[in-house]
Design a protein around this ligand. Structure first.
Ligand code: FMN
Length: 369
């Protein structure tokens, strides 16, 4: 397969659709039979995508209603591929005709036009739009439901928006309870308000800002991962880098570990409630590409939204002359809040794939007869 729109080996996720095309969808192959699954399960995850606060998101508010096309019978997965899709309804492509020869700095327009010989769908960024995260989130909904049967919980939330940061250590309970209560998706509700203010200010100035999404995967059993080339951290990073606008991924202390001494960075083993654990989690729960039983902690750097209201320099690709560009249309001044469920989904589908590969999840979850 040449196209790069699939991920996973045993739990395979193949996405399709464009920002202004008719549908966005996903085919999930390898989901075990016997998982209760309904459109309401998928809807619940999709509803988390767009924060309720219109001031901090783009004007395009799609009420995504998922359809399960295959792979579910009598309310349970059958073991066959599951196809899911949503319709794009709020499409307005007028602004894109005017700038089709003017690649947006920071977006995929220019390399996509060269790679696909100009046949790429440029409307709304086509297949490079953040809209494609809808497909990932639908796949993630299945992965999360399956993982939860095995006690695994994946929780993403906003750690920073622009310069508004939060270094607090949150309990899993606090993250579960609060992160989707705040439009900025930060479990510290007071800090979340300041994050929202920063986004509103950026929007008013015709600017955009980035931030950091943190994700923790709890209760992943020891030994998940397939070194050498399918190491757990490598595959998680691969999935996360495929979320649009992600420019950095780190585990545990990440880049901060480089300046420590071994005696400071090593996570000492201890016995805890009859199990081997570590007293710290500087490694982020992965050693040698294998889960070590501690929470897997990741941080993802998200860049400022490429489409901004200020005038920018670009080139006109039909005249090959320098040009200037002022982008109109509907854009998120900060993609961080919308990226939170996408990060969660990227981690969940990768863990689902690896838990199946490592033999922790059987092909049939329960037998009827
Ligand atoms: C949820 C989400 C929403 C996004 N919304 C926008 C947007 O409104 N405008 C924009 O220019 N980029 C947006 N992006 C970012 C672009 O899709 C992305 O920067 C672009 O495809 C280039 O890919 P890269 O940043 O990974 O290199 C969004 C990304 C995500 C994850």
């Amino acid at each position: 397969m040449l196209a790069g729109n699939s991920i996973g080996k045993e739990f395979t996720v193949t996405t399709f659709g464009e920002s202004h095309g008719r549908y966005v969808g996903v085919v999930v192959d390898g989901c075990p039979a016997g998982l209760p699954l309904s459109e309401a399960d998928i809807q619940a995850e999709l509803d988390r995508r767009i924060p309720a606060e219109p001031k901090i998101v783009s004007g395009r508010i799609e009420k995504d209603v998922p359809k399960i096309l295959s792979g579910v019978f009598n309310g349970f997965t059958t073991g066959a591929p599951i196809a899911l899709m949503v319709e794009n309804r709020e499409v307005d492509s007028t602004d894109y005709e005017a700038i089709k020869d003017l690649p947006r700095p920071g977006h995929a327009d220019y390399p996509a036009r060269v790679k696909y010989g100009g046949f790429n769908d440029y409307r709304g960024g086509g297949g490079f739009s953040g809209r494609v995260t809808v497909a990932l989130i639908m796949a993630g909904a299945i992965a999360k439901k399956m993982l939860s049967r095995f006690g695994v919980d994946v929780l993403a939330y906003t750690r920073a928006v622009g310069k508004v940061k939060n270094d607090k250590k949150f309990s899993a309970e606090e993250i579960r309870r609060n992160r989707y209560r705040a439009a900025a998706r930060c479990p510290d509700l007071a800090r979340a308000e300041r994050m929202e203010e920063a986004i509103v200010t950026a929007k008013k100035e015709g600017e955009s800002i980035g931030g950091i999404v943190e994700c923790v995967a709890l209760n992943v059993p020891v030994g998940v991962g397939e070194p050498m080339f399918d190491s757990l951290d490598a595959d998680l990073a691969k999935a996360l880098f495929n979320v649009p606008a992600v420019k950095g991924v780190e585990f545990g202390l990440g880049f901060g570990i480089a300046e420590l001494k071994g005696s400071e960075s090593n996570d000492a083993y201890i016995m805890q409630s009859g199990k081997v654990a570590t007293s710290t989690d500087n490694m982020g729960g992965v050693l040698g590409g294998l889960s070590n039983g501690m929470p897997i902690t990741m941080r993802v750097a998200i860049k400022p939204t490429p489409s901004i209201g200020k005038e920018q320099k670009t080139v006109n690709l039909s005249t090959m002359k320098d040009a200037s560009l002022t982008i109109k249309g509907r854009h998120d001044p900060c993609v961080v809040p919308k990226a939170v469920p996408a990060v969660e989904a990227a981690v969940a589908v990768t863990l689902a794939d690896h838990m199946i590969r490592a033999g922790f999840i059987p092909k049939v979850l329960e037998r009827k007869n």
